[in-house]
Design a protein around this ligand. Sequence first.
Ligand code: C5P
Length: 267
Amino acid sequence: MGDFRNRGLSRRRARWERCRNRDKLAQMQNPYDRLIIALDTPEVAAATGWVERTGGRAGAYKLGLEFLHAAGPQDVRDVQAAGARKLFLDVKLSDIPNTVVGAVRSIGTLQPWMINVHAMCGAAAMRAARDAAEQQAEELGVARPLVIAVTVLTSLDHSALEAIGVPSTPSDAVRRLAVLARESGMDGVVASPLEIGVIREACGPDFVIVTPGIRPAGVGLNDQARVATPAAAIQAGADYLVLGRAVTAAADPTAALDAIAAEVAAV
Ligand code: C5P
Protein backbone atom coordinates (compact mmCIF):
# COMPACT_ATOMS: atom_id res chain seq x y z
CA MET A 1 0.00 0.00 0.00
CA GLY A 2 2.75 2.40 1.10
CA ASP A 3 4.65 1.40 -2.04
CA PHE A 4 1.75 2.35 -4.33
CA ARG A 5 1.37 5.68 -2.59
CA ASN A 6 5.10 6.33 -2.93
CA ARG A 7 5.04 5.38 -6.61
CA GLY A 8 2.08 7.71 -7.19
CA LEU A 9 3.90 10.50 -5.39
CA SER A 10 7.11 9.89 -7.39
CA ARG A 11 5.14 9.95 -10.67
CA ARG A 12 3.44 13.20 -9.65
CA ARG A 13 6.82 14.67 -8.70
CA ALA A 14 8.45 13.57 -11.96
CA ARG A 15 5.55 15.08 -13.95
CA TRP A 16 5.81 18.26 -11.95
CA GLU A 17 9.58 18.49 -12.48
CA ARG A 18 9.09 18.07 -16.24
CA CYS A 19 6.58 20.95 -16.18
CA ARG A 20 9.06 23.02 -14.22
CA ASN A 21 11.79 22.43 -16.80
CA ARG A 22 9.34 23.41 -19.54
CA ASP A 23 8.59 26.55 -17.52
CA LYS A 24 12.28 27.29 -17.46
CA LEU A 25 12.46 26.98 -21.23
CA ALA A 26 9.35 29.12 -21.69
CA GLN A 27 10.85 31.81 -19.53
CA MET A 28 13.71 32.16 -21.97
CA GLN A 29 11.19 33.49 -24.50
CA ASN A 30 10.07 36.49 -22.46
CA PRO A 31 12.88 38.71 -21.17
CA TYR A 32 10.71 40.36 -18.49
CA ASP A 33 10.14 36.95 -16.87
CA ARG A 34 13.85 36.73 -16.14
CA LEU A 35 13.91 40.02 -14.24
CA ILE A 36 13.36 40.23 -10.47
CA ILE A 37 13.07 43.68 -8.93
CA ALA A 38 14.47 43.98 -5.39
CA LEU A 39 12.08 46.06 -3.29
CA ASP A 40 14.78 47.09 -0.78
CA THR A 41 12.84 49.24 1.66
CA PRO A 42 11.20 48.82 5.06
CA GLU A 43 8.23 50.91 3.82
CA VAL A 44 5.12 49.22 2.42
CA ALA A 45 4.17 52.36 0.48
CA ALA A 46 7.57 52.50 -1.23
CA ALA A 47 7.43 48.78 -2.11
CA THR A 48 3.90 48.96 -3.53
CA GLY A 49 4.85 52.22 -5.30
CA TRP A 50 7.72 50.52 -7.17
CA VAL A 51 5.45 47.63 -8.17
CA GLU A 52 2.80 50.05 -9.43
CA ARG A 53 5.31 52.27 -11.25
CA THR A 54 6.74 49.27 -13.11
CA GLY A 55 3.20 48.10 -13.87
CA GLY A 56 3.88 44.69 -12.29
CA ARG A 57 5.76 43.92 -15.52
CA ALA A 58 8.84 42.32 -13.96
CA GLY A 59 8.72 38.55 -13.80
CA ALA A 60 8.99 38.70 -10.02
CA TYR A 61 9.61 41.07 -7.13
CA LYS A 62 11.91 40.39 -4.19
CA LEU A 63 11.24 41.28 -0.57
CA GLY A 64 14.27 40.90 1.69
CA LEU A 65 15.14 41.09 5.35
CA GLU A 66 14.87 44.88 5.46
CA PHE A 67 11.17 44.69 4.55
CA LEU A 68 10.30 41.42 6.25
CA HIS A 69 11.65 42.46 9.64
CA ALA A 70 9.68 45.71 9.54
CA ALA A 71 6.47 44.44 7.99
CA GLY A 72 3.92 41.73 8.62
CA PRO A 73 2.17 39.15 6.40
CA GLN A 74 -0.58 41.61 5.49
CA ASP A 75 2.04 44.03 4.16
CA VAL A 76 3.42 41.26 1.96
CA ARG A 77 -0.12 40.62 0.67
CA ASP A 78 -0.44 44.35 -0.07
CA VAL A 79 2.65 44.13 -2.27
CA GLN A 80 1.12 41.11 -4.05
CA ALA A 81 -2.14 43.01 -4.48
CA ALA A 82 -0.24 45.96 -6.00
CA GLY A 83 0.72 43.69 -8.89
CA ALA A 84 3.64 41.55 -7.72
CA ARG A 85 2.16 38.25 -8.87
CA LYS A 86 5.37 36.35 -8.21
CA LEU A 87 7.28 37.06 -5.03
CA PHE A 88 10.79 35.98 -4.13
CA LEU A 89 10.86 36.07 -0.33
CA ASP A 90 14.59 36.49 0.34
CA VAL A 91 14.39 35.12 3.89
CA LYS A 92 17.87 33.50 3.93
CA LEU A 93 16.85 30.84 6.43
CA SER A 94 19.66 29.50 8.60
CA ASP A 95 18.74 27.19 11.47
CA ILE A 96 18.32 23.57 12.51
CA PRO A 97 16.11 21.44 10.22
CA ASN A 98 13.08 21.45 12.53
CA THR A 99 13.05 25.25 12.76
CA VAL A 100 13.70 25.65 9.03
CA VAL A 101 10.67 23.43 8.35
CA GLY A 102 8.49 25.58 10.61
CA ALA A 103 9.71 28.75 8.93
CA VAL A 104 9.12 27.33 5.42
CA ARG A 105 5.55 26.45 6.40
CA SER A 106 4.90 29.89 7.91
CA ILE A 107 6.28 31.60 4.81
CA GLY A 108 4.39 29.17 2.57
CA THR A 109 1.03 30.58 3.64
CA LEU A 110 1.95 33.66 1.55
CA GLN A 111 2.40 31.41 -1.50
CA PRO A 112 5.75 32.82 -2.63
CA TRP A 113 7.22 31.89 -5.98
CA MET A 114 10.74 31.54 -4.55
CA ILE A 115 12.35 31.31 -1.12
CA ASN A 116 15.92 30.68 0.01
CA VAL A 117 18.01 28.89 2.63
CA HIS A 118 21.70 29.20 3.53
CA ALA A 119 23.59 26.18 2.17
CA MET A 120 25.80 26.47 5.27
CA CYS A 121 22.81 25.06 7.23
CA GLY A 122 23.83 21.72 5.75
CA ALA A 123 22.23 19.00 3.68
CA ALA A 124 19.62 17.93 6.25
CA ALA A 125 18.18 21.42 6.66
CA MET A 126 18.08 22.03 2.90
CA ARG A 127 16.39 18.66 2.27
CA ALA A 128 13.91 19.38 5.06
CA ALA A 129 13.14 22.81 3.55
CA ARG A 130 12.46 21.33 0.14
CA ASP A 131 10.30 18.51 1.53
CA ALA A 132 8.31 20.93 3.70
CA ALA A 133 7.69 23.23 0.74
CA GLU A 134 6.60 20.28 -1.40
CA GLN A 135 4.29 18.84 1.22
CA GLN A 136 2.65 22.16 2.01
CA ALA A 137 2.12 22.96 -1.67
CA GLU A 138 0.37 19.61 -2.12
CA GLU A 139 -1.82 20.32 0.92
CA LEU A 140 -2.75 23.77 -0.41
CA GLY A 141 -3.07 22.58 -4.02
CA VAL A 142 -0.69 25.27 -5.25
CA ALA A 143 2.67 25.26 -7.07
CA ARG A 144 5.63 24.55 -4.85
CA PRO A 145 7.88 27.58 -4.40
CA LEU A 146 11.33 27.29 -5.90
CA VAL A 147 13.73 26.72 -3.01
CA ILE A 148 17.19 28.04 -3.69
CA ALA A 149 20.36 28.23 -1.63
CA VAL A 150 22.73 31.01 -0.70
CA THR A 151 26.26 29.57 -1.04
CA VAL A 152 28.94 32.04 0.09
CA LEU A 153 27.82 35.60 0.75
CA THR A 154 29.46 37.84 -1.82
CA SER A 155 30.68 40.07 1.01
CA LEU A 156 33.06 37.28 2.14
CA ASP A 157 36.49 37.23 0.49
CA HIS A 158 39.25 34.66 0.94
CA SER A 159 40.53 36.08 4.23
CA ALA A 160 37.02 36.47 5.66
CA LEU A 161 36.37 32.80 4.84
CA GLU A 162 39.62 31.79 6.54
CA ALA A 163 38.61 33.77 9.61
CA ILE A 164 35.45 31.69 9.96
CA GLY A 165 37.38 28.45 9.47
CA VAL A 166 36.73 27.80 5.77
CA PRO A 167 40.15 27.13 4.24
CA SER A 168 39.13 27.36 0.55
CA THR A 169 38.92 30.10 -1.99
CA PRO A 170 35.44 31.66 -2.39
CA SER A 171 35.15 30.00 -5.79
CA ASP A 172 35.91 26.50 -4.42
CA ALA A 173 33.55 27.02 -1.50
CA VAL A 174 30.80 28.22 -3.87
CA ARG A 175 31.27 25.19 -6.10
CA ARG A 176 31.18 22.74 -3.19
CA LEU A 177 28.11 24.33 -1.60
CA ALA A 178 26.29 24.57 -4.94
CA VAL A 179 26.84 20.86 -5.58
CA LEU A 180 25.67 20.06 -2.03
CA ALA A 181 22.62 22.27 -2.56
CA ARG A 182 21.74 20.43 -5.76
CA GLU A 183 22.20 17.04 -4.09
CA SER A 184 19.99 18.24 -1.22
CA GLY A 185 17.07 19.05 -3.50
CA MET A 186 17.58 22.77 -3.97
CA ASP A 187 16.27 24.15 -7.26
CA GLY A 188 19.21 26.49 -7.63
CA VAL A 189 21.37 29.13 -5.99
CA VAL A 190 21.92 32.85 -5.72
CA ALA A 191 25.25 33.66 -7.37
CA SER A 192 27.26 36.76 -8.17
CA PRO A 193 28.11 37.31 -11.85
CA LEU A 194 31.64 35.98 -11.24
CA GLU A 195 30.37 32.65 -9.87
CA ILE A 196 27.88 31.78 -12.61
CA GLY A 197 30.36 29.86 -14.77
CA VAL A 198 31.69 27.62 -12.04
CA ILE A 199 28.16 26.75 -10.84
CA ARG A 200 26.80 26.11 -14.33
CA GLU A 201 29.70 23.79 -15.02
CA ALA A 202 29.32 21.90 -11.72
CA CYS A 203 25.51 21.75 -11.52
CA GLY A 204 24.29 21.54 -15.12
CA PRO A 205 21.77 23.41 -17.28
CA ASP A 206 18.61 22.82 -15.21
CA PHE A 207 19.96 24.29 -12.00
CA VAL A 208 18.44 27.75 -11.48
CA ILE A 209 20.94 30.61 -11.10
CA VAL A 210 19.68 33.91 -9.70
CA THR A 211 22.18 36.74 -10.06
CA PRO A 212 22.30 40.09 -8.24
CA GLY A 213 24.99 42.74 -8.78
CA ILE A 214 23.56 43.80 -12.12
CA ARG A 215 24.63 47.17 -13.45
CA PRO A 216 23.67 48.30 -16.97
CA ALA A 217 26.41 50.28 -18.71
CA GLY A 218 26.58 53.80 -17.26
CA VAL A 219 24.85 52.98 -13.94
CA GLY A 220 26.93 53.52 -10.77
CA LEU A 221 28.30 50.53 -8.82
CA ASN A 222 27.09 51.83 -5.41
CA ASP A 223 28.39 49.34 -2.82
CA GLN A 224 28.63 46.36 -5.22
CA ALA A 225 32.08 45.11 -6.25
CA ARG A 226 31.36 42.01 -8.39
CA VAL A 227 29.00 43.30 -11.05
CA ALA A 228 28.01 42.56 -14.63
CA THR A 229 25.78 44.14 -17.24
CA PRO A 230 22.44 42.38 -17.84
CA ALA A 231 23.68 40.98 -21.16
CA ALA A 232 26.95 39.70 -19.68
CA ALA A 233 25.17 37.93 -16.80
CA ILE A 234 22.72 36.23 -19.18
CA GLN A 235 25.56 35.25 -21.51
CA ALA A 236 27.45 33.78 -18.55
CA GLY A 237 24.45 31.53 -17.82
CA ALA A 238 22.19 33.34 -15.31
CA ASP A 239 18.49 32.40 -15.44
CA TYR A 240 17.18 35.35 -13.44
CA LEU A 241 18.65 38.79 -12.75
CA VAL A 242 17.99 40.65 -9.50
CA LEU A 243 17.68 44.36 -10.21
CA GLY A 244 17.81 46.76 -7.29
CA ARG A 245 18.90 50.34 -7.62
CA ALA A 246 19.42 50.04 -11.39
CA VAL A 247 15.61 50.16 -11.54
CA THR A 248 14.36 51.53 -8.21
CA ALA A 249 16.78 54.50 -8.10
CA ALA A 250 16.28 55.36 -11.78
CA ALA A 251 14.50 58.61 -12.60
CA ASP A 252 12.07 56.50 -14.66
CA PRO A 253 11.96 52.92 -13.25
CA THR A 254 9.71 51.69 -16.07
CA ALA A 255 12.08 52.97 -18.75
CA ALA A 256 15.01 51.43 -16.88
CA LEU A 257 13.22 48.07 -16.70
CA ASP A 258 12.27 48.22 -20.38
CA ALA A 259 15.86 49.02 -21.39
CA ILE A 260 17.18 46.05 -19.39
CA ALA A 261 14.53 43.74 -20.87
CA ALA A 262 15.56 44.91 -24.36
CA GLU A 263 19.22 44.23 -23.54
CA VAL A 264 18.33 40.71 -22.32
CA ALA A 265 16.18 40.04 -25.38
CA ALA A 266 19.08 40.97 -27.65
CA VAL A 267 21.46 38.36 -26.15
O1 C5P B 1 20.64 47.72 -5.64
P1 C5P B 1 21.31 46.42 -6.02
O2 C5P B 1 21.09 46.02 -7.45
O3 C5P B 1 22.76 46.42 -5.62
O4 C5P B 1 20.55 45.33 -5.12
C1 C5P B 1 20.90 43.99 -5.17
C2 C5P B 1 19.92 43.15 -4.41
O5 C5P B 1 20.42 41.81 -4.44
C3 C5P B 1 19.74 43.50 -2.95
O6 C5P B 1 18.41 43.15 -2.58
C4 C5P B 1 20.74 42.62 -2.25
O7 C5P B 1 20.36 42.30 -0.93
C5 C5P B 1 20.67 41.36 -3.12
N1 C5P B 1 21.87 40.53 -3.04
C6 C5P B 1 23.13 40.97 -3.41
N2 C5P B 1 24.21 40.14 -3.31
C7 C5P B 1 24.05 38.90 -2.87
C8 C5P B 1 22.79 38.42 -2.51
C9 C5P B 1 21.71 39.28 -2.61
O8 C5P B 1 23.29 42.11 -3.83
N3 C5P B 1 25.09 38.10 -2.82
